[in-house]
Write a protein that binds this ligand. Structure first.
Ligand code: FMN
Length: 349
């Protein structure tokens, strides 16, 4: 039995962790319906993550997944940060706000968060997944000893091999179609931008451990295709954003249900790392050229969140981080349990 089989999924579906969008209620509903629900705690501290895990456990006895960001600590570069804020200043000015004078990193990498590790060791979530990189061997050993099934995102064969060597139980093959942040370990390295189809097949052929396909999978036909390519499950994010259990706000939902859904872009402007979002006023800032290099992730996100807050206070919703994958026009608005049931029926058809 592979480590992944220990999850004992009734249905080969993982609801993707989506920091700021997935919720304990969403995760519990998906797990209860036979998939694997996930929460993204990349933006939370240990106490916040602990509360979210407790809330899932109040709602379901089924396994669930807790997702962590393992990015390198940002290199602080005052000149670059100042130039970035100066570039954004005219946009802030349209909302009668000054650009931030100083930026901070809004959250820590899991690799630098001993409190989070301590909490996980005690609370023992059944599944833990990593995005943006892999924790060091001593941390992996602690989580293994706590009984967790471990998953990691890879966007290339090299990253998948590193994940396998680090002892992951399964690898999430994230294609370029995917919504949200690309999980690439080094955002400055050349990106082959492999699609889900090729990456899933490559990893299924070249890796020893099970592969989970992610990116652009929106219905039962997509799940069937992923399984045909050799995946053991599909991880779906954008498909769950319109569920009432998600934390997406009204403007995000409206954008995803409207014509914007047909146009997504990879952009580093919002957070400092490439991420796929619905085209909106924020992504359009990149269209004019002459864009300075944003500060390292997640420092740039501090400015991005401040700009969104300033715009929202003036009734402008077009600066939100409206992450979505290329399959966005196929997102459905229905309760998560109903969506899982639909996907099950479609896969069986
Ligand atoms: N992946 C993570 O590992 N952690 C996250 O916190 C995370 N946040 C996301 C937020 C949103 C709104 C979306 C759409 C995706 C996010 N992702 C995150 C990426 C997903 O894990 C997954 O790769 C992606 O949703 C698959 O593509 P799809 O959106 O086309 O289904």
């Amino acid at each position: 039995m592979s480590g992944f089989d220990r999850i004992d999924l009734a249905f080969p579906l993982i609801q993707a962790p989506m920091a700021g969008v997935s919720t304990p209620v969403l995760a519990a509903s998906v797990s209860d319906a036979g998939g694997l629900g996930s929460i993204g705690v990349g933006g939370a501290d240990a106490a916040g993550a602990r509360r979210m895990i407790a809330e899932i456990r109040e709602r379901t006895d089924r396994p669930f997944n807790v997702n962590l960001f393992v990015h390198p600590a940002p290199r602080r570069d005052p000149a670059r940060e100042e130039a970035w804020c100066a570039w954004l200043a005219p946009v802030f000015a349209t909302f009668d706000m000054p650009a931030p004078a100083l930026l901070r990193a809004p959250y820590r990498s899991f690799a630098d968060d001993p409190e989070m590790l301590d909490m996980l060791r005690v609370v023992r979530p059944p599944v833990i997944s990593f995005h943006f990189g892999l924790p060091p061997a001593d941390i992996v050993a602690v989580l293994r000893a706590a009984g967790a099934v471990l998953l990691a995102t890879a966007t290339s064969v090299e990253e998948a091999r590193a994940a396998e060597e680090a002892g992951m139980d399964a690898i999430i093959a994230q294609g370029i179609e995917a919504g949200g942040h690309r999980g690439m370990f080094d955002p400055a390295a050349p990106d082959d931008a492999l699609g889900t189809f090729v990456l899933t097949r490559l990893l299924a052929r070249q890796c020893r451990c099970p592969v989970i396909a992610a990116g652009g999978i929106m219905d039962g036909a997509g799940i069937a295709a992923a399984l045909d390519l050799g995946a053991v499950a599909a991880q779906m994010g954008t498909a769950f954003i319109l569920c009432p259990e998600s934390a997406a706000d009204a403007a995000y939902r409206a954008a995803l249900m409207g014509p914007a859904a047909f146009h997504t872009r990879l952009t580093s402007l919002i957070s400092g790392r490439p991420a796929r979002a619905l085209v909106n006023r924020f992504t359009a800032l990149g269209d004019g050229g002459n864009v300075p290099v944003p500060p390292d992730y997640p420092v740039a996100y501090d400015a991005g969140k401040a700009l969104n807050a300033a715009a929202k206070a003036c009734g402008e919703a077009g600066f939100g981080a409206q992450w979505a994958g290329q399959g966005a026009p196929m997102a459905r608005s229905m309760p998560a349990a109903q969506l899982v049931a639909c996907l099950r029926d479609e896969l069986a058809a």
